[in-house]
Design a protein around this ligand. Structure first.
Ligand SMILES: NC(=O)c1ccc[n+]([C@@H]2O[C@H](COP(=O)([O-])OP(=O)(O)OC[C@H]3O[C@@H](n4cnc5c(N)ncnc54)[C@H](O)[C@@H]3O)[C@@H](O)[C@H]2O)c1
Length: 428
């Protein structure tokens, strides 16, 4: 199979390389010169276990990063997969799908309406039918009924993407049976478990439900944690107590609910949903988890002045599985707010690159955590990387251990108890 992939980010690159490892011939386009430069050196621009080895094996053999699709290609493409980003507009909860239209327009020299076009990016319900299909019809000059479009969402988790691409059930859908059959043939080469959605919309919605369900589950833990503290009870401790040996309670422990997907997918789901109780419920859950960021900033304001530096570690959006990804990270949002409030920040992360941390322009970047803590007023541990479990620091340093991972630092404040002070109330 000859497949064109538009966008070699987290989703596009992992899928392209796994498909190449299963024998497909992949031609991927990418507009970011940094990504192209790292691929030229057989490296991904992000950390994903096992990915660099596979890139080295397939690059310039059956995986090619090209500038654009040409007319005519050496041989015709069987399918195109669109994997571009669908972020929110800055300082807004409105999704921006402009990259999808641009990506589709980029197919034109090689697209004649006979190939399958797969939407892999996360989109609002109805986007594949109401935006993608008409655009493909305009580009190819063929009526929509004669085209083949499929929505096949990506559901892997960063840090385990290569393994999950080959094991997770792959949802497929199509605007007609031929599109579904073409998508099935493609994905059956990658994973043994392919499941058919009844419509394009069902596939779009299933993806949004997977992420929003996670988002809301974590939000319940955060809501319960904050509520417990209004009664003077440690929020994490009571959740552990409720869960222990009781299989009907699986309440999440408190923590940030962030990253490039969870920060936005509830907004993508609700964007074109009519006002209703369900929409309010989904957005209220999002709001609870987002409120943690401001509460952490308030904790800092109460405990630390702006004279001495303040150390923030765990800048990537999660620590387990470990990732270098800073996108949608609550740690970065908190750092931005503290920087704006006049704090002198020191930034550290076990996985994110110095270049990416420096690119934030929020403070001095340290590769050694002990050095970053020397002379600092306080330390904020902002993700749950397992190396924090062994971290030892002088008792005099104030620590907010937001994920309760610092097993050796008994005096640390945590999200479970950080509001247990006179005059502090539950926000959100
Ligand atoms: N990151 C994840 O783990 C994950 C998981 C499931 C679903 N998703 C969804 O998948 C989509 C992609 O996510 P991502 O994390 O890979 O985003 P990303 O930003 O890492 O990757 C998208 C890439 O597309 C490139 N691009 C944009 N327009 C282009 C064009 N016209 N031609 C060529 N390249 C172009 C960008 O430069 C970027 O590198 C999003 O909708 C996201 O919500 C992401």
């Amino acid at each position: 199979m000859r497949i064109g992939v538009v966008g070699l980010g987290y989703v596009g690159l992992t899928l392209a390389i796994v498909a190449a490892s299963r024998g497909a011939e992949i031609f991927g386009t990418e507009i970011n010169p940094k990504i192209k430069a790292s691929l030229a050196e057989n490296r991904a621009h992000f950390f994903e276990p096992g990915l660099d080895d596979l890139i080295a094996k397939h690059n310039r053999k059956n995986f090619h990063c090209i500038d654009k699709f040409h007319t005519p290609p050496l041989e015709p493409f069987n399918a195109f997969i669109i994997t571009v980003g669908t972020p929110l507009y800055p300082n807004s909860s409105k999704p921006n799908f402009e990259a999808i239209s641009t990506a589709i327009e980029s197919l034109l020299p090689a697209y004649d309406g006979s190939q399958l076009v797969i939407i892999r990016s996360t989109v609002s319900v109805g986007t594949t039918r109401k935006v993608v299909l008409p655009l493909l019809s305009k580009l190819s000059g063929k009526p929509e009924e004669e085209l083949f479009v499929s929505m096949c969402p990506e559901r892997t988790v960063e840090g385990k993407a290569l393994q999950e691409l080959k094991t997770l059930p792959q949802i497929i859908s199509g605007n007609n049976q031929s599109a579904i059959d073409m998508a099935r043939r493609l994905f059956e080469k990658i994973t043994p478990h392919v499941i058919e959605a009844k419509s394009l919309e069902e596939a779009e919605l299933a993806k949004l439900y997977c992420n929003t369900y996670r988002d809301m589950n974590f939000s319940i833990g955060n809501a319960f944690c904050l509520a417990a503290q209004t009664f003077g009870v440690d929020g994490a401790s009571v959740i552990r107590l409720a869960n222990e040996g009781y299989s009907r309670a699986k309440i999440a422990l408190p923590g940030f609910v962030a990253g490039p997907c969870l920060e936005k997918d509830a907004y993508i789901l609700t964007d074109n949903m009519p006002d209703c109780a369900s929409k309010n419920f989904i957005l209220a859950a999002r709001n609870i988890s987002e409120s943690l960021e401001d509460l952490v900033v308030d904790w800092v304001r109460r405990h630390v002045d702006t004279v001495k530096p303040l150390t923030l570690t765990g800048m990537a959006f999660k620590g387990r599985p470990e990732t270098s990804d800073l996108r949608g990270s609550s740690s970065v949002n908190i750092a931005r707010k503290l920087f704006a409030a006049g704090y002198k920040l020191r930034l550290h992360d076990f996985v994110a690159s110095v270049e990416d941390l420096e690119g934030l322009q929020l403070g001095a970047v340290f590769t050694d955590l002990s050095a970053a803590c020397e002379g600092a007023a306080a330390l904020l541990v902002l993700n749950n990387h397992e190396r924090y479990e062994r971290l030892q620091l002088p008792e005099s340093l104030a620590v907010l251990d937001t994920w309760s991972v610092c097993k050796q630092i008994k005096s640390a404040a945590t999200l479970g108890n950080f509001l247990l002070e006179e005059g502090t109330t539950c926000a959100g």
